[in-house]
Design a protein around this ligand. Structure first.
Ligand code: DQA
Length: 176
């Protein structure tokens, strides 16, 4: 498991105008770099997280990363994100994409907007990977672009959050 915080103070109790983004990685993604590189590439999870945290710092955002192999820990982390007033989640639920109604329900319960990311193109693989319990709740899905997909999802989140008014609501025009 990795939990990393950067930017401002770790414990937050009130909403802030600084974008707060949580990047979540599901089971087996701690093995990136050596795990089936033909599907998942050679970048390690640390490589990916470092790039995302660095991008957050440049943008004046608070980017945290979290990986866990257990469903309950991921669910608890989503609940914590709501208490921390996380503005946006980037999540690769990994194999839980195809099985976890419980993790889906946690995201639905918190109503934190999220982008679903997959390193591989799940639609070009085995049929059991074609169904996601998350995609219909997600703001968007990035699948098949490797580690770059996380960066694109974070860029989207940062743009989306820059469009906030001082009261935390969104301006009416879309961030695309
Ligand atoms: C994955 C795709 C899933 O089907 C798989 O179980 C993973 C990783 C991806 O990033 O491509 O663990 O989410």
């Amino acid at each position: 498991m990795t939990t990393k915080r950067t930017g401002r103070s770790a414990a937050k109790s009130a909403p802030s105008l600084h974008p707060h983004v949580l990047v979540m990685h599901g089971p087996n993604l701690n093995l990136l770099g050596s795990r089936e590189p033909r599907h998942y590439g050679l970048a390690t999870l640390d490589d990916i997280n470092r790039a995302l945290v660095g991008r957050g710092e440049t943008a004046g955002a608070h980017v945290e990363t979290f990986q866990h192999n257990h469903e309950g820990a991921l669910i608890d982390r989503v609940h914590q994100a709501a208490r921390d007033h996380v503005d946006f989640i980037v999540i690769n639920p990994a194999a839980y994409t195809h099985s976890s109604i419980a993790l889906r329900d946690a995201l639905a319960a918190t109503a934190i907007p999220f982008v679903e990311v997959h390193l591989s193109n799940i639609y070009a693989r085995e049929s059991f990977r074609h169904h996601s319990y998350f995609s219909d709740l997600a703001v968007g899905v990035v699948s098949g672009l490797g580690a770059h997909g996380y960066e694109l999802a974070l860029e989207y989140a940062l743009r989306h959050l820059q469009n906030r008014t001082p009261h935390g609501s969104q301006k009416t025009e879309k961030a695309h």
